[in-house]
Design a protein around this ligand. Structure first.
Ligand SMILES: *Cc1c(COP(=O)(O)O)cnc(C)c1O
Length: 431
């Protein structure tokens, strides 16, 4: 469900025609629907109503302060993967008591900052990380609350780059080694064992991998409890998929029921780290057609058209990176006859495309297109490749819209840059 609609050839986001946003802010621009974000959060939260739980929005999906604040205003915590995310989560109003810190490569300054703020727990991914956290907490005269991220070795049946719960992946500790690692951790003076964690991958569209993983985690939790370890938090990560094309992912309720069943009878609080499912369909990327051209006809086939647009792989990397599908929709009237087209950006790589071989109405320069379902892993993965300023971001609520991040300026592109003295001609200053 989302609040982007095309009626009589015009796309609106909630009560705002998106053409107005493009005219006021320029393109490319990300547009987020506040009502959609809130709705997704509430549906997810309600699904778990029957069981004590904390939702920690996985902010790497979309790190916009306005998006995070939308969720923290509704009671959400945040799942972070870096010290930068910690800072931004706190700025956006996340209570430290609802922040969980995931990731395989936490640095000392990041651990220190998280301890200083008093986060809910560290999801620890290796023995060496445990040692480091113990040492840092010792120096700070604190005890660090931890869960071990266990790798349950289940196949999430998703794209290999976003599959994380197989034993060949870099993530977590093998489930078979978990007991030993927990017993070791429990003996550290500055570590407090509080939970068990797993996250098996992203964009899962079937329930069975979640059920398998939860079942294995349940067995582990039972064994840890029998050994007297005070497990009170069970974090089952994120990963619930969304519809980009024709996928039929489980409804949050179905997902919640399956998870709750796996942990029934335990006195634990579930920690959930949804990312994509909350934000993916709540955002679009608006882009304008710059030029069109056609490739020579292929034998027996019609012409292949290219719509060259002002958004590119630096703005939305998913198609180039994972071959992902994003629907392309004309945000304004489309009168042309239907053609087969690639929607491509200006970047000097053949991998720079937003869509391939789509049946679309023939475009004209100036046409406004919406790249759908771009709210997750869109802006947050964007870069400056080809020295392209990063896009602006807008949030819509009802009939209002506001810029929530300015388009990057050309000045900011070279922000921290210095020309070394040995490159300065003669004695002239570098600039
Ligand atoms: C990326 C990530 C998530 C969120 O995944 P989604 O598929 O966006 O829900 C949750 N937990 C961890 C540890 C992650 O790395």
């Amino acid at each position: 469900m989302h609040h982007f609609e095309v009626k009589r050839g015009k796309m609106t986001c909630e009560g705002v025609p998106v053409r107005r946003i493009a005219e006021a802010v320029g393109t490319p621009v990300y547009v987020y629907s506040h009502a959609t974000l809130s709705h997704h959060y509430k549906v997810f939260d309600d699904a778990f109503a029957g069981i004590p739980h904390v939702i920690c929005y996985s902010m790497k999906a979309n790190s916009s302060g306005s998006v995070i604040r939308t969720f923290t205003n509704l009671g959400s915590g945040v799942d972070i993967v870096s010290g930068g995310e910690l800072a931004r989560a706190l700025d956006a109003g996340a209570p430290p008591s609802k922040i969980v810190y995931s990731g395989v490569g936490k640095q000392i300054w990041e651990i220190e900052e998280a301890l200083r703020r008093g986060i809910l727990m560290f999801n620890v991914e290796s023995r060496e990380e445990l040692e480091t956290i113990d040492a840092v907490a010792g120096r700070m005269r604190k005890r660090a609350p931890i869960a071990i991220r266990v790798n349950p070795d289940v196949d999430p049946k998703t794209h290999p780059y976003i599959s994380t719960g197989l034993k060949k992946n870099k993530f977590g500790i093998r489930i078979g080694d978990a007991i030993r690692e927990y017993e070791w951790a429990a003996r550290r003076k500055h570590i407090e064992v509080v939970g068990v964690d797993c996250h098996i991958g992203s964009q899962l569209t079937e329930i069975s991998p979640f059920v398998d993983a939860a079942g294995r985690i349940r067995l582990l939790v039972d064994r840890l409890l029998r050994k007297g370890l005070p497990i009170r938090l069970v974090d089952i990560g994120g990963g619930l998929g969304i519809t980009y094309r024709e996928e039929l992912p489980p409804h949050p309720k179905q997902y919640a029921d399956a998870v709750a069943r796996a942990f029934s009878g335990l006195e634990i609080t579930l920690v959930l780290e949804p990312g994509r499912v909350l934000v993916g369909n709540a955002g679009v990327l608006l882009t304008r057609v710059l030029y069109t051209k056609a490739a020579p006809s292929l034998k027996g086939k019609g012409k292949k058209h290219f719509f060259i647009v002002d958004a590119a792989m630096n703005d939305l990397a998913r198609p180039s990176l994972y071959g992902s599908y994003h629907a392309i929709v004309f945000a304004g009237p489309a009168a042309g006859k239907t053609v087969t087209a690639d929607v491509v950006g200006p970047i000097c790589e053949s991998g720079d495309f937003l869509a391939k071989d789509r049946r679309l109405p023939m475009a004209r320069p100036g046409d406004l297109l919406a790249v759908m379902s771009a709210g997750a892993y869109g802006f947050s993965m964007s870069s400056n490749y080809n020295s392209r300023p990063r896009a602006a971001e807008v949030m819509v609520s009802g009939r209002r819209f506001e810029v929530v991040r300015e388009r990057e300026s050309l000045r900011e592109l070279a922000g921290g840059e210095r020309i070394p003295s040995f490159l300065s001609p003669g004695r002239r200053k570098a600039r």
